[in-house]
Design a binder for this molecule. Structure first.
Ligand code: NZQ
Ligand code: ZN
Length: 395
């Protein structure tokens, strides 16, 4: 069955070599005058990108203040600092220069700075109330991964409670995304692989929902996943291959802007929820955390819909489709894990370099279940016991 859907992708994409030099122009087009230039821990400064962005903003006559220091699994404390800075300085636009962490931090600052009630920004992530507005956000993307440059989501870690939570609202969809694939050539191989894994997972989560899909959506999804798998392998050998960088970068945006979910029930998202618990407790890279749990999740649920897993195996991973869907499904899960190994991603929690104690497994499972009181996921509803079993199987 084809589900009803709303597709909304309002972000203007400026893609290609030198695209970052158009940033000032893009901000000026929006009529914004005081920018918060938000960035991460150092790569954008080291590569000279920040210098080019500052020049572009000055040329366009835009004033700006700066806040760097966003870390992967972006922290609530820096978000609060950013909100105060925006209020003090009368900021009317937030420019994120970086990856998913910087963009997500920018979105959270945007909510907090625009929220008239001036309550705590974490309320949105804890689902206590909804924001009424968000300052406009734009990005210059430096890593193809999270898809935050076109998505309505923002994921923030509250370091006081060791809780990582996502919040989705169209209010924060970026006004523009500047994407120059060359900017991603300085990424460490591990981050490139984490990014490719996350991009794949955003379409896989949608593929493995609990409802139907569309022939067209499945075709787009399979083409996207095949493209990422092929080009991820190329990038492991040739990190400066422009075409491979470009294919992966565009796939990252399309994988999480809703396109590969049209006509589905929205997808499962359990692997993401499991990763959020690992990320909150052990500060692991998001993509690697997903690779570590996906196989265990898949083996736990595949009997709910073996045909869907078999179709994935055949159309994405070229596994010969035999008469028995369960066999093909299992071969597909193994083939996906082989791909993760090939790009040096972990396929277990220990492979991430962490060793949760008994108490920590229980804590992660309880927190994850408490966040989904009606059961987590769409392929199979998972409760605390199920979640604990998947974490244990993934060890
Ligand atoms: O801080 P710097 O020095 O820039 O280093 C970063 C960081 O260490 C580095 N990096 C980025 N671009 C680089 C570079 N190093 C060299 N050259 C470059 N061009 O890469 C590291 C990772 O950056 P990060 O922004 O954390 O990566 P990613 O884009 O994977 O974002 C991960 C975050 O996004 C969230 C994740 O949970 C995680 O917190 N997600 C956000 C989503 C969304 N908003 O829609 C969806 C995703 O499912 C995901 O949950
Ligand atoms: Zn993700």
């Amino acid at each position: 069955m084809i589900e009803d859907f709303t597709y909304y992708a309002p972000t203007k994409v400026v893609f290609g070599r030198g695209a970052e030099n158009k940033t000032g122009e893009l901000v000026a087009e929006l009529g914004c005058k005081k920018i918060l230039l938000h960035y991460g821990g150092g790569s954008a400064g080291r590569t000279g990108l920040l210098g080019r962005i500052r020049a572009s903003l000055r040329e366009a006559g835009a004033g700006f203040v700066e806040l760097g220091g966003v870390v992967p699994n972006p922290r609530l404390s820096l978000v609060r600092e950013g909100i105060e800075l925006c209020r003090r300085e009368g900021v009317d636009f937030i420019l994120a220069v970086g990856g998913g962490s910087v963009i997500d931090s920018a979105k959270a600052i945007g909510y907090g700075a625009a929220d008239e009630e001036r309550g705590d920004v974490w309320d949105f992530y804890a689902r206590l109330r909804a924001p009424r507005a968000c300052l406009p956000v734009g990005s210059v993307l430096t890593i193809a991964a999270a898809g935050s440059e076109m998505s309505p989501s923002s994921v923030i870690t509250n370091e006081d409670t060791e809780t990582k939570r996502g919040y989705s609202n169209d209010l924060c969809r970026p006004k523009f995304a500047v994407m120059n694939p060359e900017l991603t050539m300085t990424l460490p191989a591990y981050q490139t692989a984490c990014g490719c894994t996350d991009i794949l997972m955003h379409t896989m989560e949608r593929w493995f929902g609990g409802g139907g899909s569309m022939e067209l959506t499945d075709g787009v999804a399979a083409a996207l996943m095949r493209t990422v798998i092929k080009n991820a392998k190329i990038l492991m050998a040739e990190p400066e291959n422009y075409d491979a960088r470009a294919e992966v970068m565009w796939a990252g945006s399309l994988s999480h802007n809703g396109l590969t979910g049209c006509g589905t029930d929205g997808g499962d998202w359990s692997s993401h929820q499991l990763e959020h618990e690992l990320g909150a407790l052990f500060d692991v890279a998001h993509g690697a955390g997903l690779a570590a749990v996906w196989g265990s999740w898949a083996r736990y649920v595949y009997k709910e819909n073996p045909a869907r897993f078999a179709k994935f195996a055949a159309e994405v991973l070229d596994v010969p489709r035999g008469a028995d869907d369960e066999e093909t499904a299992l071969a597909g899960i193994a083939a996906m894990e082989d791909f993760y190994r090939e790009i040096k991603m972990p396929v277990s929690i220990r492979g991430l370099g962490v060793e949760p104690t008994e108490a920590q497994i229980k804590k992660m499972s309880a927190k994850c279940a408490a966040n989904h009181p009606d059961g987590m996921g769409k392929m199979k509803k998972l409760f605390e016991d199920d979640i604990e079993r998947i974490f244990r199987a993934a060890m």
